[in-house]
Design a protein around this ligand. Structure first.
Ligand code: ADP
Ligand code: MG
Length: 463
């Protein structure tokens, strides 16, 4: 909201700054991080802007701060500094009951408000869940492509890539994105026929149609659909007749320029038990994978959920959760709900200690599962050497140092013993590993660039 000191000229300058930022960082990041930034005032060479949370402030400062200043300086050479304030929107969370409910549900508090969506929904579709929308999907590096593609599909009048194939591990937001596409599409184009269903349901309907010799109606049904979304197609494996039908239905829709969105836990090429031609057909459009969450994304998701719950939770606790619950977003949500529910029940504040207590089982399951092989692979990639050099006898610094880093990380991140680690590095002695660990620790103290490298690798491996 413009403050009292904003004149039209300033407002126009701000709009241009935002426009540049948007085209530079892309829609997804812009929406997540920059759109919520509001201009407070411009005065005496100072630009004051505000963001809703501390986390966002830190993020905006570290990722976009310099660029925002440069862009402002282009507009107005008097500008010297940008100040980014945190202004908590106290009431904002309450205006969106559906969103709020998303987060209390797991704690067993209130039932979610059901908003009836469109008569345009075919009876074959599973219900579209209004709680999953683009507004509450947090975007970060691991999911930005999938998110951007989903948005594009939801915003377009014609099928921009067909099919859109979303894939990624369990609990990383595939279903959320599909519902978001449906919700957005129905809002923007209320007359569209949108069908969302699981691959299992799809099979069930098809087999039923076969049994009642009614495949014609079945096909007709799908032919009239504008947007067909089939979730978890890895479950279509093996059933030949269904695959055949799926293939034809699919081709039909695509040929008629109807949008198809598919999700799976693997890429089309890796879908086992699926006919070759179907696999390759599925990869013709845009294949967007959702990677495992990063620490930043997990923290961002927590921030958003906590803010929507209207809660205050110490940053230490949030960092702890983001650091330790790494498996997927569903578990992260579950953990947060549990902590919140516990605190409410016993009427105590949320602290690191209570967190550890309440979540001990989840924490154990999430404990470092990174393998030495992964560490070797990541470290080799990072230093641009061959993985084989992790095992080789070469002693050149260019390979010996990365090897030591990998040994150090193996010690830090796995529960392997020194001799075990040595064996994985071409049968080296445990004293070699010990030496490597010491050496890396030493270097970390004296070489800050090296230290950053190691920390980055560590974070990537943990995330
Ligand atoms: P998948 O279908 O990939 O197994 P879901 O879409 O069911 O995963 O996501 C699991 C849970 O995590 C859902 O409650 C979803 O809202 C939440 N979630 C996943 N990714 C995000 C994200 N980027 N931002 C907000 N919530 C997310
Ligand atoms: Mg799913």
């Amino acid at each position: 909201m413009p403050g009292p000191k904003l004149d039209p000229k300033t407002t126009a300058q701000w709009a241009r700054v935002r426009g540049f930022l948007r085209s530079e960082v892309g829609d997804a990041s812009y929406r997540s991080w920059l759109k919520p930034v509001t201009l407070v005032e411009v005065n005496d060479g100072f630009v004051k802007v505000a963001v809703p949370t501390r986390f966002m402030r830190d993020w905006v400062v570290s990722h976009y701060g310099d660029r925002i200043r440069e862009l402002w300086q282009q507009e107005n050479t008097d500008i010297e500094n940008i100040e980014i304030l945190v202004q908590t929107p106290t009431t904002r969370a309450l205006k969106r009951p559906a969103d709020v409910n998303l987060f209390v549900q797991g704690g067993g508090a209130k039932a979610p408000l059901q908003k009836e969506i469109g008569k345009t929904r075919s009876e074959i579709s599973a219900p579209i869940d209004p709680r999953f929308n683009f507004n509450n999907f947090v975007v970060g590096k691991p999911n930005e492509l999938a998110h951007a593609a989903a948005r594009r599909v939801a915003d377009s009048d014609s099928a921009p890539f067909n099919p859109l194939f979303l894939y990624g591990g369990v609990g990383l937001g595939k279903t959320h994105l599909m519902h978001a596409i449906a919700n957005h599409t129905l809002q923007k184009f209320p007359d569209r026929r949108v069908v969302y269903l699981s691959a299992e349901k799809f099979m069930f309907y098809f087999i039923r149609a076969l049994r009642f010799k009614d495949t014609v109606t079945f096909k007709e049904h799908f032919r009239s659909v504008d947007l067909l979304m089939i979730d978890d197609v890895q479950f279509i494996n093996g059933k030949e007749a269904t695959q055949e039908e799926f293939f034809h239905t699919f081709n039909d829709l695509v040929d008629n320029n109807r949008q198809v969105v598919i999700s799976a836990d693997k890429s089309p090429l890796d879908l086992e038990g699926m006919e070759e031609r179907l696999r390759s057909r599925l990869g013709w459009g845009l294949v967007a994978d959702i990677h495992a969450t990063s620490f930043e994304l997990r923290l961002g998701i927590l921030e958003v959920k906590i803010e929507r719950l209207g809660l205050e939770i110490p940053i230490k606790v949030k960092e702890f959760l983001a650091h330790r619950i790494t498996s997927n977003v569903r578990e992260l949500e579950g953990a947060l709900n549990r902590v919140v529910a516990h605190a409410e029940l016993v009427g105590r504040e949320i602290t690191l200690e209570t967190c550890q207590e309440v979540l001990h089982d989840i924490l154990r399951a999430n404990d470092r599962r990174v393998t030495i092989e992964e560490i070797q692979k990541r470290v080799s990639e990072h230093f641009n050497i061959r993985v084989a050099d992790m095992h080789s006898a070469r002693r050149a610094r260019a390979v010996a140092r990365p090897r030591q880093v990998a040994m150090y990380l193996s010690k830090q991140l796995t529960s392997r013993s020194l001799p075990e680690i040595g064996r994985k590095f071409g049968g080296r002695d445990h004293t070699t590993v010990m030496h490597a660990v010491k050496k890396v620790e030493e270097l970390r103290h004296i070489d800050s660039a090296f230290c950053e490298d190691v920390d980055l690798l560590r974070r990537m491996l943990e995330g």
